[in-house]
Write a protein that binds this ligand. Structure first.
Ligand code: PMP
Ligand code: GLN
Length: 394
């Protein structure tokens, strides 16, 4: 047998990525579909974003642009992002040198980490993380150090975090507001993170895709508004959540020209550019009046409150989120202690799908008691989900 034949007979996926398997979001959505379950697992709305954006995209597809966008994004969307950064955060951002439009926040994270991490550099990830961070850091051949935040409050463990920094630390990723736990970082926590990064000459990558879903009168602190951040921070966001268009995959990274060069270097060879007509249409959305953002927040606040109360009525211990669109429950309050077993059972037995949270910790014995339900769904979907859970419980 030839060497080439032998190689093809073996597992082809590179060794470093094998442990990651199939994303838990894919697994749970497939299971939900198989059982016709109400899908409160993978976080995507079951309604589409504003029709004006969709009409804008249809017009842009008919009239153009339909060829490659400039690698870092069509001018209209970069200018609109710059206006948005000014409107919400008072920041002056140069659309030509400081904004890179990517295929979703996922690609922005990937381009950033691949652009700044050398083989063997260390990156600190806060648990529970968003699922793409460890595999992307692994693709960058970095060494990951994990720092765990604990329920119920998921407070930043400052001492442990300080100890995790060392001579090889190149970056820290912070997800604010945080998926899956709904934590919104305080200004002091973010300032502490920046001070550690400045002290250790490291970069802070802030994934802020849920920036417009912050509840109870709290406000989102964009990382770039904090002193010292311009030297060390990258802010990543996405239009997927804010405009309920997860399928368009329009995200972006905002950073100093120097850091943006690193993001752009890799982005140009990963996808080169995103979809020009969709970017042009999404530029319209960025300029929506404040009323759009207020209604988005009011709608999600109502859905959050409905889901939290209904789950509590079912006897669940509920962790109400401060931000993002997910609610965690402690399944021990339902007599279970294994999140994965619970979530594999639920679609078939109850007709509802959810996400097991131990998948967001390196040591999977952590988070085993936590299950995530999303509330980016129509009211009737959430009501049907609750009806089914009630029937199953009784
Ligand atoms: N970051 C976080 C924290 C997320 O929850 C998600 C999922 N929507 C993403 C990034 C991915 O965003 P996008 O779809 O724009 O790639
Ligand atoms: N962000 C979504 C979630 O947390 C999933 C996105 C994806 O499937 N990659 O559920």
């Amino acid at each position: 047998m030839t060497k080439a034949r032998n190689q093809r007979d073996r597992e082809v996926v590179v060794k470093a990525l094998r442990p990651f398997g199939t994303s838990i979001f894919t697994e749970m959505t497939v299971l939900a579909n198989r059982h016709g379950a109400v899908n409160l697992s993978q976080g995507f709305p079951d309604f589409d974003g504003p029709v004006e954006i969709r009409r804008g995209a249809a017009a842009a597809i008919v009239e153009g642009p339909n060829q490659y966008a400039p690698s870092h994004g069509v001018p209209e969307i970069r200018q609109a992002i710059a206006r948005k950064m000014k409107r919400f955060y008072g920041l002056e951002v140069d659309p030509d040198q400081e904004i890179t439009v990517t295929s979703g926040a996922t690609e922005a994270m990937c381009a950033t980490l691949l652009g700044i991490l050398e083989t063997g550099d260390e990156i600190i990830l806060l648990e529970p993380w968003y699922d793409a961070y460890p595999p992307v850091a692994t693709m960058a051949r970095a060494r990951i150090r994990y720092v765990s935040m604990k329920p119920p409050d998921f407070v930043l463990p400052r001492e442990e975090l300080s100890r995790a920094f060392g001579p090889r630390t190149k970056a820290v990723v912070v997800n604010n507001p945080q998926n899956p736990c709904g934590k919104v970082y305080t200004r002091e926590e973010l300032e502490f993170l920046i001070s550690l990064c400045l002290e250790h000459n490291a970069f802070l990558i802030a994934d802020e895709v849920y920036e417009h879903m912050v509840y109870d009168g709290r406000s989102h602190v964009s990382i770039l508004t904090l002193p010292g951040s311009r030297d060390c921070a990258v802010s990543i966001s996405s239009t997927a959540k804010t405009f309920s268009m997860t399928g368009w995959k329009i995200g972006y990274a905002v950073a100093s020209p120097k850091l943006s060069r690193a993001v752009r270097m890799t982005h140009q060879f990963i996808t080169f550019c995103g979809q020009s007509p969709l970017q042009k249409a999404m530029a319209l959305a960025m300029d929506f009046p404040d009323r759009y953002y207020e209604e988005l927040l009011a709608d999600y606040t109502r859905r959050r409150d409905f889901l939290c109360e209904a789950l509590e009525d079912l006897g669940c211990r509920v962790f109400a989120p401060q931000g993002a669109y997910y609610v965690l429950i402690d399944i021990r309050s339902l007599g279970w202690d294994d999140d994965a077993a619970f979530c594999r059972m639920l679609p078939e037995k109850a007709g509802v799908a959810a996400i097991p949270c131990s998948y967001f910790w390196k040591d999977r014995s952590q988070g085993r008691e936590l299950v995530r339900f999303c509330f980016c769904k129509k009211d009737e979907t959430l009501e049907e989900g609750i009806r089914r859970l009630r029937r199953w419980r009784s």
